[in-house]
Ligand binder design. Sequence first.
Ligand code: ZN
Length: 460
Amino acid sequence: MPECIFSKTWAASMPDRTVIRGGTLVITGLPQADVAMEGGRIVAMGPDLAAAPVEIDARGLHVFPGLIDVHLHFNEPGRTEWEGAATGSRALAAGGGTLFFDMPLNSTPCTVNAAAFDQKRAALAESAITDFALWGGLIPGNVPEMAELADRGVVGFKAFLCDSGLPEFPRADDLTLFDGLREAARLGLPVAVHAESQEITQGMAHAVAAQDRGTARAFLASRPVIAELEAIQRATLLAREAGAKLHIVHVSSGRGVALAAEARARGTDVSIETCAHYLFFTEEDVERLGPVAKCAPPLRHASEQNSLWQQLISGVVDIVASDHSPAPPGMKTGDFGRAWGGIAGVQSTLAVLCERGYHDRGLSPERIASLVAGEPARRFRIPGKGGIAVGADADLALVDLSRSLRLKPEHLMQRHALSPYVGSSFRGNVVRTIRRGETIFLSGEIVARSVGEFVRPSLS
Ligand code: ZN
């Protein structure tokens, strides 16, 4: 574990005013301008701001809003040997992140009632160097707990439409999902769904296991795109009927995005998330890399990935998250069939969007900022976050878009130096990450002196 050097009072001793000088601001028009920060907020923006006690030279760098990762699993409390908020938030910060939304699993207990929420909030408040928010869970039997979770400040409720991999977080049957959607609508919060059909994935897993047990190919064959499409269709229909906001996590296919967009056109209030790994890897990489690239839904064929990119570039995808879902090395090696399904990529989301989006496909920096910060804050109604503006929290990532870095295990700040991105090169490096005015990551090192804060949606 990292040495505990945090001070909750450090902010009180922060310098009065800091000016970030001469960076290219990732806001409309990409102006080159200075940014002044004071008391954790942005207090001025423009050319040639007056000198301040602390000056940061950002010439040649792009100043992005800090990443908001709306989907990850830091597994605290109860499974910190898998990750933990101390290590996970360091990796997030190293990738330009300043706020994360922790999923209700794979911590113990899962965040399915107020007592579990309180336990997790207390644990994360001690150890996360970035700000954090919490998802609640939606499982059979816990709809009556949702109101209290909303009072506590969850950003929404997560449900699985197929097995989650953890017996303590059972999947939501159709009635649980419908009841949960109606309750979430009443509470003004979204429901997030892992959209894969239980019947199709389970049935096909049995069928392929009979001939091809335990291989990457068998796993891919057991989770076809149609399993995702069927579940998206069902969830969007139920959400529209319930009048609820729906968020579809980790859509893996271009066809899945298109189907959700059709539902949106018919009146479903749905947001569409994909993850960096679906934009970077294909199913061939699963066979090449092995269990480190195993996830669900699985990585897809190159044609599906191309279509996903087209949907993203045309503005249909709203949010890109990491779905960082790490496990101890022993669970990510050996027999593919038994390996943990989850990709540990929290540090690489922005790098993927810069390399494969900005450099390879001409995706604008403003659009990247929208996918990883602006839209997460807007959709989940997080006040003061997601943009670069006077009055906003001073959450920023200073990025050298042209510098190339080959990711090595020693660069990873997470608990286990296992990631399918190791060995890949990325143009677009985070040089400095600033959370509420405090530099928490600088030139490859974590330099945070205080912990982050719990944030909640503004439902007024
Ligand atoms: Zn997840």
